[in-house]
Design a binder for this molecule. Structure first.
Ligand code: HEM
Length: 129
């Protein structure tokens, strides 16, 4: 698997960017323009597939670089923050009130951005380090 480190890293980063872009576009289209098609099954399945690829590639990378969540701080932060990212993303499209949906979307974007800086810095404090 080590031989494919660069390819797997590219797949991880590409799925990370696709996941963030999909959530942002769906969230904005739904909450600003009332576009109900963003909730259609094909787009939901696409989102789940992208997130599954993201996580699979992430787990492969941890094995290759021999650094693991709950052993290495920056990876612990990434895994822990993945939970609010997914939950806020869900509420951004599914909450009853528009205000809750918009706040959730903003929260998901902030969490995503922070995880990104943690990844780049290889440090739990991310851009604060
Ligand atoms: C929304 C969630 C995530 C984002 C935004 C994200 C972002 C990134 C980015 C930008 C990189 C490249 C870092 C660099 O330039 O060295 C990266 C690498 C990596 N990510 Fe993620 N990631 C996410 C989720 C995860 C999760 C949940 C894990 C752990 C299970 C993980 C494990 C890794 C590993 C091991 C690398 C390779 C680092 C290296 O090559 O040294 N990522 N991630």
């Amino acid at each position: 698997m080590e031989a494919f480190y660069l390819e797997i890293r590219h797949v991880h980063i590409a799925s990370v960017l696709t996941s963030g872009a999909l959530l942002l576009l769906r969230g904005l289209a739904f909450n600003l323009f009332g576009a109900r098609w963003v909730l259609a099954a094909p787009l939901r399945y696409l989102s789940w597939t992208v997130d599954t690829v993201l996580l699979t590639a992430a787990l492969m990378l941890t094995t290759i670089i021999r650094q693991y969540p709950f052993a290495d701080g920056w990876l612990t932060v990434k895994v822990v923050l993945l939970v609010p990212y997914i939950l806020l993303g869900y509420f951004a499209l599914r909450a009853q009130r528009r205000k809750t949906r918009l706040l959730s979307l903003a929260g998901a974007a902030l969490v995503f951005g922070y995880i990104y800086t943690v990844a780049r810095a290889h440090h739990p404090l991310g851009f604060l380090a």
